[in-house]
Ligand binder design. Structure first.
Ligand code: 5GP
Ligand code: MG
Length: 176
């Protein structure tokens, strides 16, 4: 353990320096890939909020911002669908869209979102996730920009919660 952590928090996976290094790398990669274009960033609330705030400031090309809030697949066990709690404010038609997620686990939330967004006719549609779990996912889910691949364990911090707690931790750790 590199430092004392918060109550209820276990093994440290990424400290602040490691996170900022990945954010800088992703920001530079995205800025290069979209050079000469303008990026329309969609943050998936709430888990992406902290990552997005840092990532946006590491992107050097013009960028606009919108948010969507969903009730993820895992919390809607009976129906197995993703529900939109708050939809986008702006249309996607003709835009180069980058969806920013905090964590991609089963990929079912992203699968739903990507199919939904594709019907809104963006010029392009890509995904950036802060962390991606090493596990099987639906074939239609590609995460183009990955902060870090992690084992399939439950993680908190840097925007990710356990029952709304721990989002404010500046590092990523396993839940104890
Ligand atoms: P999915 O399984 O659809 O890829 O992820 C659904 C949602 O489950 C994520 O957006 C996130 O809200 C939540 N989730 C999945 N794995 C984790 C995790 O390790 N930590 C936290 N805090 N949330 C997770
Ligand atoms: Mg959650």
């Amino acid at each position: 353990m590199m430092r004392a952590v918060h109550d209820g928090v276990g093994e440290l996976l990424m400290d602040e320096a490691a996170i900022q290094a990945e954010v800088a790398r992703l920001g530079a990669q995205i800025s290069a890939d979209y050079a000469g274009k303008s990026l329309h960033v969609i943050g998936v609330l709430k888990g992406a909020a902290v990552f997005l705030a840092d990532l946006m400031r590491a992107v050097t090309i013009p960028a606009t911002l919108d948010f969507i809030s969903i009730v993820p697949y895992g919390q809607v066990t009976a129906s197995g669908v993703v529900r939109i709690r708050k939809d986008l404010d702006e249309p996607l038609e003709g835009k180069d869209v980058l969806v920013v997620e905090g964590v991609c686990a089963s990929g079912l939330s992203l699968s739903y979102l990507l199919r939904n967004f594709q019907t809104r006719k963006p010029a392009s549609l890509k995904v950036c996730a802060f962390v991606v779990k090493q596990r099987e996912r639906p074939a239609d889910v590609t995460v183009h920009y990955v902060g870090r691949e992690i084992p399939d364990v439950f993680v908190v911090g840097y925007g990710l919660d356990a029952q709304e707690q721990y989002r404010n931790l500046p590092y990523l750790a396993r839940l104890a």
